[in-house]
Design a protein around this ligand. Structure first.
Ligand SMILES: [Fe+2]
Length: 192
């Protein structure tokens, strides 16, 4: 992936608010650390982390309009919570901006809010990094951070995902159909 990291960093800082840019840099560093712990491509993880929130600061109406323009499926939940579209919309826009990006980086960006069945290890690393970067101060983030490298990546991801689901339910937020699909892919079939 012949990409100039300084140029990417610069473009990302111009695209995002100061707060979102700082978060993205922390996610990039954390994604690289997770990738190194699990033998994944550390540079791809860093770049995916850096660009994962490319469309994070767009307002809901623009995200809906952009999604429709790009042919991204828009569900009833996307209409209620258009913020979730920042992942698939952002992925399409970064690919347009940086055509050299590998598809694995673009896919990791695309699924960083809801996940996806059969998502890659790289996508799991970026998802976990987004949830546990040092700016995330809730107690469970510290527990998950401490588990990096100690648990298999899939188990680390399942715990991170379950934590996000608990939060979703506690806050009475709607659940995206993609989230349900991802959870059913992760869930055990046996009854405890
Ligand atoms: Fe995001």
């Amino acid at each position: 992936m012949a990409l100039d990291r300084a140029a990417l960093l610069d473009a990302m800082r111009r695209q995002l608010s100061r707060e979102s840019a700082a978060h993205s840099e922390r996610v990039a560093v954390m994604a690289r650390r997770i990738a190194e712990s699990y033998g994944l491509d550390a540079e791809e993880a860093y770049v995916a982390g850096l660009l994962h929130d490319w469309s994070r600061d767009a307002d809901g109406q623009s995200l809906l309009a952009e999604a429709r323009l790009l042919g991204i499926p828009v569900s009833e939940i996307d209409e209620r919570v258009p913020y979730l579209l920042h992942a698939p919309v952002g992925a399409r826009l970064v690919k347009r901006e940086f055509p050299q990006l590998s598809q694995s980086v673009v896919d990791a960006i695309s699924v960083h809010t809801c996940g996806a069945p059969e998502m890659s290890d790289l996508a799991m690393a970026v998802f976990v990094a987004d949830s546990v970067e040092p700016g995330r101060t809730h107690a469970s983030a510290a527990v998950l951070r401490a588990a990096i490298g100690a648990l298999p990546l899939r188990e680390l991801f399942v715990r991170t995902y379950a934590d996000g689901l608990r939060h979703l339910i506690e806050k009475r937020r709607p659940m995206h159909p993609q989230t349900l699909k991802t959870w059913n892919w992760l869930a055990d079939d046996r009854v405890a």
